[in-house]
Design a protein around this ligand. Structure first.
Ligand code: PBG
Length: 308
């Protein structure tokens, strides 16, 4: 009877698996703060992608970990760079069976670790960054990406990327906009996962955790600029924001169950303080109940296995 009247569903196809791939890695490298998650080699990435798709996961979100970084994040627009090669690998391997997505941001590629390029005064230059994002979008599309995920929170990024893609003929490449992304301490383990060089924080471009209404403005702007999906991130501390966004958005809504949310459950479970499987499924179901159509989670493959 509970199943009959259940108000929310959690299905494998609603889950997206974020994946890390490290340049030049011969073997997958464990990430200490995210037990069970690795920086993949090209080879292990392909295998893990097949495993995820076989489990029914609806999409894969790729993050590259380059060996060399510079001020403008050149590796992001190098067709032989780690992320673009990984996109091509996955497009070939599982491109007909799932949605291949890539993070579209400079932070993994810049030596200062910021999501954009810096101006003379050391602060992030929004409009100069848009030009880099436009180039990056075209590179990723040339590599075969289906959907790009701009996560840098620059003003006007969705419009700049949409127009660059269209001009280059990639009219079918979709945009999953990180619209309401907060300056969150829960991204902590991710910074280790991508070997981030960031000193300081991203408070000049990511949202203040105190703000709820502001998220709706960010979402409205992104939809007007051409976002195909909008995202709220992190998920669990922001279910109120997610619920607001789901109520007003005309496009599908995603939520990112981020690294810190993952690691907290894993740490508690490793200590025997929490029922791991029950906690994971409850967290993911809560994100769906709050209104997410799509959930990005490091548990995607495992949870998909439990759900089928
Ligand atoms: C930026 C980006 C971040 C995450 C995804 N994309 C980190 C940040 O903004 O500092 C965080 C993901 C997570 O914590 O799981 N490219």
């Amino acid at each position: 009877m509970r199943r009959l009247v259940s108000e929310s569903s959690l299905r494998p196809q609603q889950l997206v698996l974020p994946m890390f791939v490290a340049e030049g890695a011969a073997e997958p490298q464990p990430i200490a703060s995210m037990p069970g998650v690795v920086q993949h080699s090209r080879d292990s990435l392909r295998k893990a992608a097949v495993e995820a798709v076989t489990a029914g996961v609806g999409g894969l979100m790729l993050f590259g970990v380059p060996t060399d970084k510079d001020a403008v994040g050149s590796g992001a627009t190098d067709p032989d760079g780690v992320l673009n090669r990984a996109i091509a690998d996955l497009a070939a391997e599982v491109g007909d069976a799932t949605v291949v997505m890539a993070d579209l941001c400079l932070d993994e590629f810049t030596d200062h670790g910021h999501c954009g390029v810096l101006g003379g005064d050391g602060s992030v230059d929004n409009d100069a960054t848009l030009k880099r994002y436009a180039e990056m979008a075209v590179c990723q599309a040339s590599a075969g990406v289906h959907m790009v995920g701009p996560s840098g929170m620059m003003d006007g990024q969705v419009a700049a990327i949409r127009s660059a893609l269209d001009v280059a003929g990639f009219v079918d490449v979709a945009i999953l906009a990180y619209s309401a992304k907060y300056a969150s301490a829960f991204f902590g383990p991710f910074r280790e996962a991508v070997g981030s060089s960031l000193q300081g924080d991203r408070r000049t471009y990511q949202q203040d955790p105190a703000n709820r209404r502001e998220a709706l403005r960010e979402v409205r702007l992104d939809i007007a600029e051409g976002a195909d999906l909008v995202m709220v991130k992190p998920a669990l501390g922001y279910l109120d924001v997610l619920s607001d966004v789901a109520a007003m958005s005309e496009v599908p809504v995603a939520a990112y169950n981020v690294s810190g949310e993952y690691s907290m459950v894993e740490a508690a479970a490793a200590n025997g303080w929490i029922d791991r499987r029950a906690a994971v499924l409850e967290a993911l179901t809560s994100i769906r109940r709050a209104g997410a159509d799509v959930v990005l989670t490091y548990w995607a493959t495992e949870a998909a296995g439990w759900l089928t």
